[in-house]
Design a protein around this ligand. Sequence first.
Ligand code: NAG
Length: 404
Amino acid sequence: MVGQVIWWSCPMRTPLIITLLLLLISTTTANLRRDSPTNGLCTQLIEPYGYPCSEYITQTEDGYLLGLQRVSSRSGIVQNQKGPPVLLVHGLFMAGDAWFLDSQEESLGFILADHGFDVWVANVRGTRWSHGHISLSENDKEFWDWTWQDLALYDLAEMTRYIFSMTDSKIYIVGHSQGTIMSLAALTQPDIAKRVEGAALLSPISYLDHVSAPLVLRMVKMRLDEVILALGIHELNFKSELGTHIMDIMCHGHLECGDMLTSITGGNCCFNNSRVDFYLKYEPHPSSSKNLNHLFQMIRQGTFSMYDYGKWKNLVNYGKLQPPTFDLSKIPKSLPLWMGYGGADALADVIDVQHTLNELPSKPYLLYLEQYGHIDFLLSVNCKQDVYDNMMGFFNSNGKHSSY
Ligand SMILES: *[C@@H]1O[C@H](CO)[C@@H](O)[C@H](O)[C@H]1NC(C)=O
């Protein structure tokens, strides 16, 4: 999400539509700077700190090749038996690197590894740590024909299947932002839920109709998502060459990136502003225009439903005029849930979180932090004390893995 700061910053200085066109042109000439597996996330961001890390590739039912990393503790730190697998599911315009962007004492990926958890790192289709598709190229429009519902029903389904087969153990899921949309949607599906031991959701989202971030609301009102699709742009890649150039100019000019982030996510109390340049080495990752369209539909319509193609195409795709909803009451009552949400989060608004809670059959463990905003749950310098210790308490007190 952090990288968005730059992208969204553009409209403030230049007429929105011109900025948009520039960025869109840049996406069509995008260089895919995909790293080879030998120079992957493990090599770049995890092994240098002394953590054993392995790269895996797994294939979804619809042919996408996803990258997964598996991280364990630095030798000597954990003496006890290996903990349960935990799958970290990143947010929109991010990837698995999101969990390793700060120090070993601050980043959830490192912290969980040091506490003995068997850490697995998700990277959804389209991100730079995923590995393309068996038959489609990233230049094909079809490659980008997906939204978060596919990330839930194909990517998360496959990743949990793969980890379950490798570890023979049920999995804890940790999601942030879009990772929580994916998790909640996936957990309504019995064949995915049966492989999940519990889920911890940071900035949990299912309903989005109380989003209060001013810049997001403006984009929604302008129907920017529909404009982008109408222009035939299917990939949103802000790290293309021209895109990068424009972003650099925008962010290192007179603009206050922190202010901009506030108008997209709400205020963030506690992340380290002087690390933004480092974050931007990794973020933002690409996503699809259709995904943005789906998210904006949710804001406009107040639904937690599948993608809305319009009546007649819905009939073709789903056999009915309205897209099917994800029914939160179908999440197994016995499946333990934990949620961390913030009073300053303008994307996961407290009213929408309450809406989610009202529809869940079980009562999740809740951690409410008045001051926390959307990004804080990932990058706050106090996240371990404020959030992650509580989350690990939930994992450890929960059933058969309570012994360590
Ligand atoms: C903030 O980031 C800077 C630059 O990386 C670092 O030197 C400093 O220690 C960080 N502060 C905290 C509290 O993490």
